[in-house]
Design a protein around this ligand. Structure first.
Ligand code: ADP
Length: 172
């Protein structure tokens, strides 16, 4: 059975060990998926996030999931897309890699990612998909790990189609 699976859906509804939030560097909530996660998790998530004192681009921090179905939330901060030559690919790659590393350290076996940086942060979706899957498959190749499922969750049809197309290259 394949560990990595691409699905269309709402990440806030996923019953997994951890969902990965596309946060901003304050970790104090925002729009998009971040706002949706905070709304469903409830106010205690924000209280725990306040104690983390922010998060740098490409790094990851973990909190509990509170009222979410997921036990944990891994918060990572994607790069804002400028021109693709300002370190964005490496930073986006490290978001996935660092999130999986942190998940492993916390004995997380099932995890769901959203398409980090592809909303307000403006990362071109096809390029973001390439980097996302490269990072996930590199991680699985290079590290001993106990992941049983890694979901890539896309919210809308267009993003799902793009990610699914790119995934076919990897999901053999
Ligand atoms: P960023 O600032 O990193 O671009 P956004 O939240 O604006 O973050 O968007 C990241 C991606 O998450 C986008 O592709 C957006 O469509 C998607 N998204 C928004 N809401 C949800 C949700 N509830 N579940 C899964 N993905 C979502």
């Amino acid at each position: 059975m394949n560990i990595v699976e691409v699905l269309k859906g709402d990440i806030t509804e996923f019953k997994v060990d951890a969902i990965v939030n596309a946060a901003n560097s304050t970790l104090l909530g925002g729009g998009g998926v971040d706002g949706a996660i905070h709304r469903k998790a409830g106010p205690l998530l924000l209280e725990e996030c306040k104690k983390l004192k922010g998060c740098k681009t490409s790094e990851a921090k973990i909190t509990k999931g509170y009222n979410l179905k997921a036990k944990f939330v891994i918060h990572t901060v994607g790069p804002v897309y400028k021109d693709g030559k300002s370190g964005e690919p490496e930073l986006l790659y490290r978001c996935y890699y660092n999130s999986l590393k942190l998940a492993s350290e916390n004995n997380i076996r099932t995890i769901a990612f959203c398409a980090i940086s592809t909303g307000v942060y403006g990362y071109p979706k096809k390029q973001a998909a390439d980097i996302s899957f490269k990072a996930i498959f590199d991680y699985l190749k290079n590290n001993d790990n106990d992941f049983s499922k890694i979901y890539m969750v896309l919210y809308d049809d267009e993003t799902f189609e793009i990610f699914n197309e790119v995934f076919k290259k990897y999901g053999k």
